[in-house]
Design a binder for this molecule. Structure first.
Ligand SMILES: Nc1nc2c([nH]c(=O)n2[C@@H]2O[C@H](COP(=O)(O)OP(=O)(O)OP(=O)(O)O)[C@@H](O)[C@H]2O)c(=O)[nH]1
Ligand SMILES: [Mg+2]
Length: 317
């Protein structure tokens, strides 16, 4: 059945969801038992936030009730809304890497530890796609200064955080030079974390990701085919976020959240406006504009995938 009515008049059910992740990267999933709605589907442990409860309290309680564990620390991974035929759920999803006790099945649910690569073998609830993308993407998205030379960039690579996406944004470099530089960088930077922004065929040929400008999001008829890497798009508001989602992109970049040296008086989103847009985006969203690793905790709290930018990692602008 198609969903009826706008979200504002439909029931919104807020859920606290915990993704338990072990040191080897495996995550815990649970199969909804017979008798519950959506029986047989796999999900991340969690449940409804009760009246008067904070999301953190609900998360503690649900993990204790469903798994018998004591949560020790968690950080927000993604907030996402999904419309089912009868209700809209808001999955306030947290990454949990420290807990006490061994997870046990206390509600007749089957439990499984799975690598991210094998999660596709399980029939996960339809709302959970963006959670998988959030788990697969790093929390920092580095963008090159516009005029950095190939030599300078290669020299600086070892000092950059290795678990980060790196976008080669060199608007003044001709395609031939760009292609050569991309090839050079691909030899010393993991290609699955490399993002290019020229012809999608170049990304496809190297196995790298692709970044679309906000204008390109509206020019594209569909997600570029052939490219196996991550697809990210630049967004400034709800319309372009919806477009990135519609195209099946893996993540978006949204901002500016704070003034930047190059655009000191440009209008900014504050963190709460960012959080509201990200929760409705339906895909992981990086915060950009005057942010760096020191804002990571604030960005996570606002529901961001992480932080993106140039100056915090490369200096200047
Ligand atoms: N826990 C959890 N719920 C999810 C996920 N994805 C998703 O769509 N949901 C939806 O969110 C809702 C969670 O409610 P629940 O039934 O688990 O709530 P609960 O633990 O408080 O149990 P209850 O049925 O005893 O009240 C369900 O409608 C479920 O389909 C997920 O990954 N984890
Ligand atoms: Mg539950």
């Amino acid at each position: 059945m198609p969903s009826t009515g706008p979200d504002s008049v439909r029931k919104l059910v807020r859920i606290a969801v915990g993704v338990l992740r072990r040191a080897n990267g495996d995550v815990l999933i649970a199969q909804r038992p017979d008798g519950k709605e959506a029986a047989g589907w796999w999900e991340f442990p969690g449940g409804k936030i009760e009246a008067g409860e904070s999301v953190e309290q609900a998360l503690h309680r649900e993990l204790r009730e469903e798994l018998g564990i004591q949560l020790q620390s968690a950080r927000r991974l993604i907030v996402l809304r999904h419309a089912y035929p009868d209700k809209t759920v808001e999955l306030d999803t947290w990454l949990v890497e420290r807990w006490q006790g061994d997870p046990q099945s206390l509600e007749d649910q089957a439990l499984a530890w799975s690598s991210l690569g094998r999660l596709g073998d399980y029939r996960l609830l339809p709302a959970d796609g963006p959670i998988l993308n959030a788990l697969r993407l790093p929390s920092q998205y580095l963008i090159t200064p516009p005029d950095i030379s190939a030599d300078e960039l290669v020299r600086r690579l070892p000092a950059l955080p290795t678990d980060a996406l790196l976008r080669l944004r060199l608007p003044r470099l001709a395609d031939v030079g760009y292609r050569r530089l991309a090839g050079q960088v691909a030899e010393c930077w993991a290609v699955e974390r490399l993002v290019l922004d020229r012809d999608p065929a170049l990304s496809a040929a190297l196995g790298a990701g692709w970044h679309a400008s906000e204008a390109a999001l509206f020019e594209l008829a569909q997600r570029p085919s052939g490219a196996s890497g991550r697809m990210l798009g630049s967004c400034h508001g709800a319309k372009s976020l919806a477009r990135a989602r519609e195209l099946g992109f893996d993540a978006a970049v949204l901002g500016p959240v704070r003034p930047t040296p190059s655009h000191p008086s440009a209008p900014t989103l504050d963190w709460s406006a960012f959080g509201a847009l990200a929760a409705d985006a339906g895909l992981p969203v990086y915060a950009i504009g005057g942010v760096g690793p020191s804002q990571l905790a604030v960005a996570w709290q606002a529901g961001a995938q992480g932080v993106a930018g140039i100056s915090a990692w490369f200096g200047g602008e």
